[in-house]
Structures are given as structure tokens and as C-alpha cells.
Design a protein around this ligand. Structure first.
Ligand code: CP
Length: 310
């Protein structure tokens, strides 16, 4: 049972907790596919979505998830709030608590910011991406799409290629997939691989071929130009030629291999358009998994709040 006030990362999530979230998310996904959009597990609750960074998928899917569950949603863009006048995160949190928010979904450019907020507020906090640290619901939705395709995560080889250094998605996937018994192979220019990932269980590959060989899942990650100055690789064109994945590279993976990308995609950089739009691409399915996983996370955290009388 998910016995947590907050969902901040997968670094300490157990196999049982991840399985519980994925099982419920699968049920929600099936129901959404059947056209259900009113599942009132969060009736009377308020979910505030507080984003200090841009987003399309995560923000909208959290809002959609909360609405499908019957909650009231409030959307705060940091640029148009009192944050722009210098209000601290802790004071923003206290304000949202005083308004009796039940959940705060936060994206923040600083790693660890959701941990600080969670310590400050009574509301449950869900990390929607903190700097280059973690993006737990993204990894959970990736795992949902993988598990739905293959039936289990145990023994899968997941090849992750792209900007691993600046990727919170890579880290949350590494933590979650290793806990669930998958192999995680990573490949990027040396300058985009942080030190120590091998000690956390990643297999750091010397070539694109080694990473893709026998992979069940090929995951591209966006080159995050907003988080780095020039210098990690010569040019986007050279990155694409030497580190990107095209259709001929896919032949190295297993014939049933699926293609994932958290989005947004730099078309023609980490993956070619032929790969993004390939019939084995599950990038659009990931988006639906995102709504379902966020519904599951909110529902399970709410069950814990009810148990605790919060
Ligand atoms: N995958 C992801 O986090 O996308 P957004 O930045 O659009 O939310």
C-alpha cells in the first residue's frame, strides 16, 4: 500500500509501491479508453498545479487526471503569480495550505524544491519534475506503457539515448526500472553522462550499437539546450549523426522493440522523424499512460490521507 503523504521520487519507491500504482493506472487507462471520464475518487478535493517551468504534457495531464477524478483544479504559472514579486517557495506553500489545498503538483527548476515544499505544507506534494533530479510520474507512465506491451518489466532491456546528464526522466527511469528488475543501458557523449550512474545500476555503453543491441525498448531523450551552454558536443547535426537513432539503427534492437520518448522531441536530433512516427513508436500511448498514472498517484495518496485523517 502506498503509505506516503507525497510522491517526490522513485529513488526510494519499492517494487510493491510501483506495482500498486501501475495496477491502478492500468485500470484507469482501460476505463478512459472505454470513454469513462468521471471517476469521482477525489470528489470535493482541490489540486493546485504550480509550475515554475514550461510544460505541455505534464501540466495538462495532471489537470485532466484531477478533473477525471472529480477534483477542483487551480493552475498557477509562476511568471504570473506573486513568485514574480519575490515571494519564497515556503511562503507560497503556506498560502496554498491556508486555502486548504489537498494536493500541490509542482514543477521547479531546482532539484530538491518539492522536498522543501513537502516539508512545509500539509497538502500532499507531487513532483512534476525538479531540475535535473527526478520526474517520477514520467517514469511511471513509461513503465506503464512498457508493462502493457510486454506484460512484465522483469528482464527487459531498456536502452536510453540522449541528454542523460540533464534528464530527470533518465534518473527516475533508472531507479524505477532497476527496482522492477529491468536492465537499463545508456548511451550519450561522455559530456552528457554524469559520473556515478553506473554505481546506481546503469550500464553505460561505449557505442550506440552496444546500447541498442537486443533492446526491448528504445527511449530517446531530448537534448536540453535550455540547461546547458554550448560545448557538450560540436553541433546538433553532428550529435544526430553520431549519437541519434534512425530507422537503420532500430534493426539492432529486438524485432518487437518499442520506441519511447517523454517529449517534447527535437525531431531529427535524438530520433529521426522515421523513428518517431514508426509503427512501433508508442510516444502517443505514453501520453495516455500519463493521465492514467497521475490519476492512480492522486487516488492512492488520497487514500492514505483519508486513513491518516488529513
Ligand atoms: N515529458 C514532459 O515532462 O513533457 P512536458 O515538459 O511537456 O511536461
Amino acid at each position: 500500500m502506498l503509505k506516503r503523504k507525497d510522491l517526490l521520487g522513485l529513488i526510494d519507491a519499492s517494487e510493491a509501491e510501483i506495482t500498486e500504482i501501475l495496477d491502478l493506472a492500468q485500470d484507469f487507462k482501460n476505463r478512459i479508453k472505454r470513454g469513462e471520464k468521471k471517476m469521482n475518487y477525489l470528489d470535493g478535493k482541490t489540486v493546485t498545479v504550480l509550475f515554475y517551468e514550461n510544460s505541455t504534457r505534464t501540466r495538462t495531464s495532471f489537470e485532466q487526471a484531477a478533473k477525471y477524478l472529480g477534483a477542483t483544479t487551480v493552475n498557477i504559472q509562476a511568471g504570473t503569480s506573486s513568485v514574480a514579486k519575490g515571494e519564497t517557495l515556503v511562503d507560497t506553500g503556506k498560502t496554498l495550505d491556508a486555502q486548504r489545498n489537498d494536493f500541490i503538483v509542482m514543477r521547479h527548476p531546482m532539484g530538491g524544491a518539492p522536498y522543501l515544499l513537502a516539508k512545509t505544507v500539509k497538502a500532499g506534494v507531487l513532483n512534476a519534475g525538479d531540475g535535473i533530479n527526478e520526474h517520477p510520474t514520467q517514469a511511471l507512465l513509461d513503465m506503464l506503457t512498457m508493462r502493457e506491451t510486454f506484460g512484465s518489466l522483469k528482464g527487459l532491456k531498456v536502452a536510453i539515448l540522449g541528454d542523460i546528464k540533464h534528464s530527470r526522466v533518465a534518473k527516475s527511469n533508472l531507479f524505477g526500472l532497476k527496482t522492477m528488475g529491468a536492465e537499463v543501458a545508456m548511451f550519450a557523449p561522455q559530456t552528457l553522462i554524469p559520473t556515478g550512474l553506473d554505481k546506481l545500476g546503469a550500464k553505460i555503453c561505449a557505442s550506440r550499437e552496444e546500447a541498442l543491441d537486443g533492446a526491448d525498448v528504445v527511449m530517446g531523450l531530448r537534448i536540453q539546450l535550455e540547461r546547458q551552454k554550448a560545448g557538450n558536443f560540436p553541433s546538433l547535426g553532428e550529435y544526430a549523426a553520431n549519437y541519434g537513432v534512425n530507422e537503420s539503427h532500430l534493426a539492432l534492437a529486438k524485432p518487437h522493440a518499442i520506441i519511447l520518448h517523454p517529449g517534447p522531441v527535437n525531431r531529427g536530433v535524438e530520433l529521426t522523424s522515421g523513428v518517431i512516427d514508426h509503427d512501433r513508436s508508442r510516444i502517443e500511448d505514453q501520453v495516455l499512460s500519463g493521465v492514467a498514472v497521475r490519476m492512480a498517484a492522486l487516488t492512492l495518496l488520497n487514500e492514505y490521507r483519508k486513513e491518516q485523517g488529513l
